[in-house]
Design a protein around this ligand. Structure first.
Ligand code: SAM
Length: 198
């Protein structure tokens, strides 16, 4: 998986290729619509890649301290070139324990389907402040995402979890998170999970 993500330009091109760009925009808009109105003092973005969503978060919450992590060193280097004030881009594996925790808000776009989910939800719960919220977008199994999974297996030599939203929601509940589910778009089966640490 790392090898694929070591090519940030490839990722940016993939995201700018019109059809993907369309789905990405739909997902992005849904996520932004569900963000809380009140600015949190700190927030964490998991799997920020080159900082596409991070830039929007910076605009939405100008005074918030933002931590944005990704496995890919090159993607983070590219993200840092955006020079977003008050944003700490860091190379980190979110599945390891991050030094920062107690976040009132965590955001992640299309990353959780790449992770071992039981562990990922445990880590997420540990990073949230009590009462803190997480907004995650994922995709589920459709004709389109089945093709994406094949491509991903070939390129990244890793798998994508396309389990149903209800199955994924059960995993989040199992670690003590309250869950709300909202569908986003049908062709790629995208949906938004809003989680809260009780
Ligand atoms: C599908 S991309 C989404 C990128 C970005 N959120 C967006 O929508 O533009 C998934 C990203 O998650 C990152 N990633 C995967 N596993 C990770 C982990 N365990 N910790 C941190 N980042 C991870 C990858 O390096 C990649 O940049």
């Amino acid at each position: 998986m790392r090898a694929y993500y070591e090519y940030p330009l490839l990722r940016e091109l993939a995201f700018l290729w019109p059809p993907l760009f369309y789905w990405r925009q739909v997902t992005l808009r849904a996520l932004l619509r569900h963000l809380p109105d009140e600015a949190p003092p700190r927030l964490l973005e998991i799997g920020c890649a080159t900082g596409f969503l991070t830039r929007k978060l910076r605009e939405r919450y100008p005074g918030t301290e933002i931590w944005a992590v990704d496995l890919s060193r090159r993607a983070i280097r590219r993200a840092q070139r955006r020079r977003l004030p008050g944003v700490h881009f860091r190379v980190a594996d979110f599945l390891d324990r991050l030094p920062q925790r107690g976040f009132p808000l965590v955001v992640s776009m299309n990353v959780f389907q790449l992770l071992p989910q039981d562990l990922a939800f445990q880590r997420l719960r540990d990073l949230l402040a009590p009462g803190g919220r997480a907004l995650l977008t994922l995709t589920s199994e459709t004709l389109l995402t089945r093709w994406h999974r094949r491509l991903y297996r070939a390129l990244a030599r890793s798998d994508v979890c396309l389990d149903s939203p209800e199955t994924v929601a059960r995993r989040a509940r199992a670690v003590g998170l309250a869950v709300e589910l909202a569908p986003i778009e049908a062709t790629e089966g995208s949906y938004l999970l809003t989680l809260q640490r009780l």
